[in-house]
Design a protein around this ligand. Structure first.
Ligand SMILES: Cc1ncc(COP(=O)(O)O)c(C=O)c1O
Ligand SMILES: N[C@@H](CCOP(=O)(O)O)C(=O)O
Length: 518
């Protein structure tokens, strides 16, 4: 193993009161802005190690250095205070989802240890890990490991190299439909299981892997789901060899989503209730049985999901967009974005955060109604059927997190009717994307804010696309066949039936070309 300089620069001089650990070469403070090497040097007689073994070798060959110990713990969270600084806290190795008073928890990082390094250090470190296959940093989540689960052993990590998703410049959509020139779509759904849930699930399942190795009582991992959480949970558990159990609302999720946990070997319960009913049941069951709760009530999930925000900044070369629009259901993700942006600001990678917009389906809009009441009255709703089926949620568990995120980002909540969201999805698809209905909800919010002038023509805006359109082909088929009651489906593009002779084919082609020529 090569020797490394341990001399920190003046601005990152270690403070004597901190705990010190053995640090790997990739963790060492750098005196120059050049990115640190993350590739271990292998002994020449063993050329065929896999990447996990390479990381193991690399970590074994560490040197003791004056490096602060990064750590994180659970603390209570409320919509007023955010993460609390009270004495109540829990180790991440405990199985706990709520505080003593019943409030949500948050993963709180030791920010003073992270502040030991300046913003330039973190930017360089994160940038240096992109596009590599080094374990576990090839993942967009684990490339930010120090900010996610700093204490987990690389060997315990279960990753599909999720994240690093495309930030798509929506050139034509922005120009033709919104008069915008700086519109971007963060394709979080182009991912291992087809949604942003992979980002959180790699963290949660990795921690479960660690807990099981510590002989903690975790026989399986369970969730309630509208489709995407269950797909991610079952895939990551299958990769780890851990049993997964999923509670699905019968007949309320797409076939493509239903088949995912089935194929990955999960124990699938199809329950005759809605998502909120399934969520209630899984909470009761996980309180009784050694089943670890994988929904975003569990704040570990959000640690992975927040990396999408960091990634957006990274993809803009650490320039901050004006707006980020996120579709909301159980409302963990809007807080995850807020947390990712806030950490970047607090640790000096950027100097501000974007304004956040949470977009809901009008048929499942408890946050929208709360926002419209001036944050006075929150009432869960009975969510009605929506094409954006993954956000058909009336009693979101992370309501307090969402309120905190929106209040602290000068945020806005918008809603989309069924017709609006389906038209927006079809319009985006007509410019070359293949979006899901939830992205249609976010695009509708953009449309409304753009038309009212709240979002300006040159504002740099990011719409978060949360799932792959291929999971929702049934809704696209209904739309393009004009097979939806009370909906004009004005952008429908049904196939033309034509008889198999040259003349008929020529007739329809000429008609089509004529329609395009003026
Ligand atoms: C595709 C999709 N989009 C958006 C959401 C909303 O995310 P959240 O529940 O974190 O608000 C979900 C899940 O709830 C989802 O599956
Ligand atoms: N859309 C989600 C609903 C559950 O959300 P979670 O983030 O709390 O797990 C799903 O796909 O199940």
């Amino acid at each position: 193993m090569a020797a490394f300089s341990l001399l920190p620069s003046a601005h990152i001089a270690p403070k004597p009161t901190l705990h010190f650990i053995k640090a790997s070469t990739s963790d060492l403070p750098k005196t120059s802005p050049s990115p640190p090497s993350t590739k271990p040097q292998l002994p020449s007689h063993k050329p065929h190690h896999n990447i996990r073994e390479e990381a193991r070798l690399h970590n074994a060959a560490t040197v003791t250095t004056n490096h602060p110990r990064f750590s994180a713990k659970y603390v209570p969270f409320t919509s007023i205070t955010g993460p609390s600084s009270s004495d109540e806290s829990y180790s991440l190795d405990e199985i706990v989802y709520r505080s003593q008073s019943g409030s949500l928890l948050d993963v709180q990082h030791d920010m003073s240890a992270l502040k030991h390094f300046d913003g330039a250090y973190w930017r360089n470190l994160f940038d240096s890990r992109v596009g590599k296959t080094t374990w576990p940093f090839g993942s967009g989540v684990w490339s930010k490991k120090e900010w996610v689960l700093p204490e987990i052993d690389d060997d315990d990590i279960i990753s599909a190299f999720e994240g690093n998703s495309n930030l798509f410049w929506a050139e034509r959509y922005g120009k033709d439909f919104l008069g915008m020139n700086d519109l971007w779509v963060k394709h979080c759904g182009i991912s291992h299981t087809g949604s942003f849930k992979d980002l959180g699930m790699t963290v949660l399942v990795s921690q479960v892997n660690r807990l099981r190795k510590m002989n903690k009582p975790v026989v399986g991992v369970g969730c309630a789901s509208t489709g995407d959480t269950s797909a991610a949970l079952s895939a990551y558990c299958a990769a780890a060899g851990i049993p997964s159990l999923v509670f699905l609302p019968a007949n309320r999720i797409s076939m493509a989503q239903l088949v995912q946990p089935i194929a990955n070997g999960a124990f699938v319960l199809s329950i005759d209730t809605d998502f909120d009913g399934c969520m209630q049941l899984i909470r009761e069951v996980t309180a009784e049985l050694p089943i670890y709760l994988a929904n975003s009530l569990n704040s570990l999930r959000l640690e992975g999901q927040k990396t999408a925000a960091i990634e957006i900044l990274q993809q803009f070369d650490w320039e901050v967009p004006d707006w980020v629009i996120v579709p909301g259901g159980n409302l963990g993700n809007i807080y995850a974005f807020y947390k990712g942006f806030s950490m970047c600001k607090e640790l000096g990678l950027v100097d501000k955060i974007p304004r956040l917009v949470c977009a809901q389906a009008a048929n499942a809009n408890p946050l929208y109604l709360y926002f419209k009441s001036g944050w006075k009255d929150f009432h869960p709703v009975k969510a009605k059927t929506t094409f954006a089926s993954a956000i058909q949620i009336g009693d979101p568990v992370s309501i307090d997190r969402a309120v905190y995120a929106l209040k602290n980002s000068n945020g806005i909540v918008e809603e989309a009717t069924e017709e609006e969201l389906m038209d927006a999805m079809a319009q985006a698809d007509s410019t070359g994307m293949f979006t899901c209905p939830h992205t249609g909800v976010a695009l509708t919010a953009l449309n409304k804010l753009r038309r009212s002038g709240v979002i300006g023509p040159t504002d740099r805006t990011v719409v978060v696309s949360t799932a792959h359109g291929l999971k929702f082909t049934h809704s696209k088929i209904d739309y393009h066949s004009k097979n939806i009651k009370d909906m004009a489906c004005r952008l429908a593009n049904p196939p033309v039936q034509v008889t198999a002779d040259f003349g008929s084919v020529m007739d329809v082609l000429k008609k089509y070309l004529l329609s395009k020529s003026h």
